[in-house]
Design a protein around this ligand. Structure first.
Ligand code: CP
Ligand code: NVA
Length: 317
């Protein structure tokens, strides 16, 4: 069995809100655990590490992958997932987050939340005495990036140090978490975005400081050609995230040249992998041909959401 003892004490009871809160060693441990859990599941071997535990899942935004992968993963771990639509909770009628946190802490063993304002997750965590997991905020999407790192390791080898990962498009929650996760792994992360849509200075500085320690690098540019050149990973995400629906037309105009397409792919490394967290808008941030093409690993990424999150759940709960 996978050695669960080394890190279990360091991880137990922790929140999983930002990759920046975890050391590279802890993240690698979780990725190794995710590989082991995936292998166990594929071989039909029981791995009920969370027998009898309950996970609350609060959603203030839509979801396919996050909801289903957390629910299925929790069942496979022997636990019970409880879907809590924010609209149906008293939270949706204005009950304070701090009260919700203290009440849920008395019923369940962990809570995942997907919401808009990142500070709401921090407040939930401050008042909850159970682990809080970030299932996406306007700022960050750490669970997605755990699945992404797992997928890159599967396709390009375990050592991510020195790999060039280029994200093309809006400097959003995915860009922020990729910069931080990539920097933790010592990767060379490049974010290609037009002016006005570049990642927030706060997360850029954070990622750069991490890269200084790990030997990676973080570059923000509007030169999409140099960004894509010899890239080992080309990553796309939507131009208008959840909550930005009204800005969609303006964003489409501003980001139209920041598309992952065949011309861009030709600049990348010969064995580049193309990634997208999904859902994708074909013909906008990525072409149909590239999304469905031979270099695309997007459905491996989607699958790995479940395995990576099972590792996080097993680690913190
Ligand atoms: N990638 C991702 O988080 O997908 P969902 O919005 O479907 O959960
Ligand atoms: N940036 C996207 C990611 C969806 C998984 C959003 O926030 O809507």
């Amino acid at each position: 069995m996978f050695n669960l003892t080394d890190f279990s004490q360091r991880l137990a009871g922790r929140d999983f809100i930002a990759l920046a809160d975890y050391s590279p060693e802890e993240l690698v441990y979780l990725l190794d655990l995710a590989d082991w859990l995936k292998d166990m599941q594929k071989r039909g071997k029981p791995h009920r590490l969370l027998e009898g535990k309950t996970l609350g899942l609060i959603f203030q935004k839509s979801s396919t992958r996050t909801r289903v992968s957390f629910e299925a993963g929790m069942v496979q771990l022997g636990g019970y997932p409880m879907f809590l639509s924010a609209n149906d909770l008293q939270m949706g009628r204005g009950e304070p987050i701090r009260d919700t946190a203290r009440v849920l802490s008395r019923y369940v063993d962990g809570v995942m939340i997907r919401t808009f304002n990142h500070d709401d997750v921090l407040e939930l965590a401050q008042y909850a005495d159970i682990p809080v997991i970030n299932g996406l905020t306007d700022d960050l999407h750490p669970c997605q990036v755990m699945a992404d790192l797992m997928t890159i390791r599967e396709h390009r080898g375990q050592n991510l140090k020195g790999m060039k990962m280029t994200y093309v498009g809006d400097g959003n929650n995915m860009a922020h978490s990729l910069m931080i996760g990539g920097a933790k792994m010592g990767m060379d992360v490049v974010i290609a975005s037009p002016s006005g849509y570049q990642p927030s200075p706060r997360y850029t500085q954070m990622a750069k400081r991490i890269a200084d320690v790990t030997g990676g690098s973080v570059t923000i540019t509007d030169d999409i050609g140099s960004a894509a050149r010899e890239a080992d990973v080309l990553y796309a995400d939507v131009w208008a995230s959840m909550g930005q629906e009204e800005e969609a037309a303006a964003r489409m105009a501003a980001l139209k040249d920041f598309q992952v397409n065949k011309a861009l792919l030709q600049l990348a490394a010969k064995d580049v992998i193309v990634m997208h967290c999904l859902p994708a808008h074909r013909g906008e941030e990525i072409t149909e041909e590239v999304l469905e093409g031979a270099y695309s690993v997007v459905f491996d990424q989607a699958e790995n959401r479940m395995h990576a999150q099972k590792a996080v759940l097993a680690g913190v709960m």
